[in-house]
Ligand binder design. Sequence first.
Ligand code: F6P
Length: 409
Amino acid sequence: MLEGNVLYGQSGGPSSAINASALGVILEAMEHKDVIHKIYMMHHGIVGAINDDIIDVTDEDVAELKKLRHTSGAYFGNVRYKLLDWKDSEKDYRKILKTLKKYNIRYFFYNGGNDSMDTCNKISTYLQKVGYECRVMGIPKTIDNDLPITDHTPGYGTSAKFIANSMIDIDLDNASYPQGRVIVVEIMGRHAGWLAASSALANLQGHGPDLIYVPEIPFEMDKFYADVDKVYQKKKRCLVAVSEGIVDKNGSFIFQVGKKVDAFGHLRLGGVCQVLSTNVADALGVNSVALELSFLQRGACRIASKVDIEEGEGVGREAVKRAIEGVSDKMIAITRLSSKPYKIEYTLADLSAVANYENKLPRDMINEEGNNVTEKFIEYAAPLIDGELDDTFTSGLIDVPHLKNYRPL
Ligand code: F6P
């Protein structure tokens, strides 16, 4: 048995299930007091480990901690910070090692998407090089659902549920008028269309998008006008779901915010719905509205998917269990055993196989015309939005945890 303490960090964009994973790590660690003595959180992910900015949650009230299940954001602070390869510079790594030694960290958990698994992988190989015994585990999270190997990622189901239900509300509003509008709804997902595709689940209630555009299919403005026109002639309204990251045939974004990139080289997206809406209004002479779901879709705990949140907590717990058993350098993955009834098991993926790879929406989940999804996608996504949490609200407001050692910014 490797005795010592736990250090856990959140990284990348927030999601509705990341705090459930934090809770999973904390509660599971609390159940192994013979091995794990203290439970620490990095404040703002790896930057917290570099700067010795650590939050101790060992003695937090369990009832208060459990509210993390229905809490949006990244409660312990996230970060988008790219560690250089330690072969090029050991500066950050030496600081991280100092923090690990200071707090006797023997279990290191990093919760995030592709970029975060890269960070996790680098730390793991560095610790092996310097001979510091520590089990390093990745915990998956991203609303984008673009990690390879795992069937899906915690956070996706809740965002998908919010998006699908928002579509129903928007379409019912639009259908109220004798002459409806063309409404272009922009959905996150950067380079992958999983989230935009999830809008199609609303069609199970007869009020979903008529057209869906994803980054996997090159976008053509004239084809878009023709698609909208066809729907509008028939229905006198048209609901469009568009991924923030749609690209033209050369792979350039249809719209991006300036030229500035983040630490991982990602351009800032957001706003393409306005371009499409303005263009289609001009081209077809219709009344058009742009609607960007933006942060509302990744902080959607008020309409959480029970499946998603339980799996979020599940991957956190599993990471701790496996690490105590002796596993290291792996990410917990979700393997689907069946869709009807929905059944999964937790498996292991090599960190290096996950780091920096993006899993796109497969072609057979997109229709032939490239402007909607197929039944295969619906079968895949429907189970992920199922079930509701029942203890989210108090007096009509989200019951946010108040931890003794909570530190925003
Ligand atoms: O990676 C998750 C994600 O929510 C993407 O869908 C989106 O493009 C990006 O994060 C936005 O990140 P930020 O809010 O850090 O600019």
